[in-house]
Design a protein around this ligand. Sequence first.
Ligand code: VGL
Ligand code: ZN
Length: 197
Amino acid sequence: MDKNAALLIIDVQNDFCPNGNLAVPEGNRVIPVLNRYIALFREKGLPIFASRDWHPEKTSHFKSFGGIWPVHCVQGSDGAKFHSDLQLPPDVVILSKGVDPQRDDYSAFQGVTDSGARFPDILRERRISKLYVGGLATDYCVKESVLEGLRHGLAVTLLEDASRGVDLETGDSEKAVATMRAAGAMTASLADLENLS
Ligand code: VGL
Ligand code: ZN
């Protein structure tokens, strides 16, 4: 991994883990793997970003207001908290998305920090040109974040062992991976990155 790389962890929040309001099958399985990626990026002094789904109570994203999803990741709720087993470093940059009641905002590129900095601007300022992306869910927020990263001209690698999908329809996650690859994303697993280092 070169010095322009960063780790982007997508939405590892209680509501997307087993027993959550929008549980991703085996969602919690990504956590120990992501913890190893976190350790690897920290060792190299590379930046780590974590997005979170951060919805208002009323949003067109939810079924009751015209969307397709059950209520999840409402700002300030327990379901919106990062899973407590995820070992986010003290200097992690947190990106909140899904805040606009009229938009789904599946991509972390729609995310802003608490001080209002936008993710694409942070990437430009810090000269980050490579993103390694894992988390939840492969067929929604991971996919849209990877595709938007590619559209921004970044080199994007999907961390396959650190992602799981919702699979509303069987095969959605596989299709999502194929779409990301076709758009130019690379894929890798822990062993690949550990061998690089
Ligand atoms: C997500 C469905 C609804 C995700 C967010 O994080 O992938 N999926 N909201
Ligand atoms: Zn959501």
